[in-house]
Design a protein around this ligand. Structure first.
Ligand SMILES: [Mg+2]
Length: 285
């Protein structure tokens, strides 16, 4: 019986909550996104990790004569603020509704997290993210000083790295703590003492980078929902083939989060069900 009554809803960011933010950034600066992602793919074929490949290409595009110009962290944040109107339907009402559902139960709380292979400053530039999310884990870029022109990678969130942050949430570590001491996540904590048990987690993601999290959370009895864009034939088919293997995701849905939309309605039900179960477990000896 879990002692904790904290529920965590964990989202991937790009193509789960908003259309791909890196591509949007590139487009804004007049960079051909198809050519960019093809180049990234080429780097991968030479041995680059996919996340490091695209981060390197971003840095390559920064400079006086380069398309991204003298890009700084503040520019990424400013760009992130423009994403607010592009969130998929039903966001941010979903967060308010889920809080309302949880509010009907005593001593149960709900938290929202983003674990993304995108760029942290873009994600955190969004007001919606700042307002509703308890933590964001994504890739970091910086200059020689925090306000300098971007030239270094501080954090690279690859697909397996994503699971590390699920463990941080599980053990109740705050991003501010683990930023200073990344090894904290390795400290032993008894399963019963963990702040957010895996069975209280709901994970929503769309891509290949989400598969380790899907598998892990499902393995530990949490819930995982896959998202795909039904308008993109290729993505839908590919994603379905990769995801719909036993025990990975519960089901696949269009990224629509309104109360009458499939995924939005399922998430509301899933949170209500989890609350009810916590309540029952508390009362049973
Ligand atoms: Mg994604």
């Amino acid at each position: 019986m879990p002692n904790s009554s904290v529920i965590a809803v964990i989202f991937d960011f790009d193509d789960t909550l908003v259309p791909d933010s890196t591509s949007e950034l590139l487009r804004q600066y007049g960079i051909d996104t198809n050519a960019f992602w093809k180049k990234a793919q080429k780097l991968v074929s030479t041995g680059y990790d996919p996340t490091l490949a695209y981060l390197k290409l971003i840095l390559d595009n920064i400079g006086k004569e380069e398309p991204l110009g003298l890009l700084k962290r503040a520019d990424l944040k400013k760009f992130g603020a423009k994403l607010d109107p592009t969130f998929y339907s039903g966001i941010p009402a979903l967060f308010r509704d889920l809080k309302k559902i949880v509010g009907k139960f005593e001593d149960i709380s709900i938290e929202f997290y983003i674990i993304s292979g995108g760029i942290q400053d873009i994600v955190e530039g969004s007001k919606t993210v700042g307002r509703y999310f308890n933590g964001v884990y994504a890739c970091g870029l910086t200059g020689d000083s925090p306000n300098g022109i971007l030239k270094n990678i501080t954090r690279c969130v690859t697909f397996t790295e994503k699971t590390r942050y699920v463990y941080e949430i599980n053990k109740g570590l705050k991003p501010s703590q683990t930023k200073k001491n990344p090894h904290l996540v390795n400290q032993f904590v008894e399963t019963k003492d963990r702040r957010v048990p895996f069975e209280n987690m709901i994970y929503i993601g769309d891509g290949l980078t989400d598969i380790p999290c899907f598998s892990m959370i499902r393995h530990f009895k949490g819930l995982a929902f896959g998202v795909f864009n039904p308008e993109d034939e290729n993505s839908a088919k590919k994603t379905l083939r990769e995801f719909l293997k036993p025990n990975r995701v519960m089901s696949m849905h269009a990224p629509k989060y309104g109360p009458k939309e499939e995924l939005g309605s399922l998430l509301r039900t899933a949170v209500a069900e989890r609350c009810a179960r916590i309540e029952i477990e508390r009362q049973s000896v």
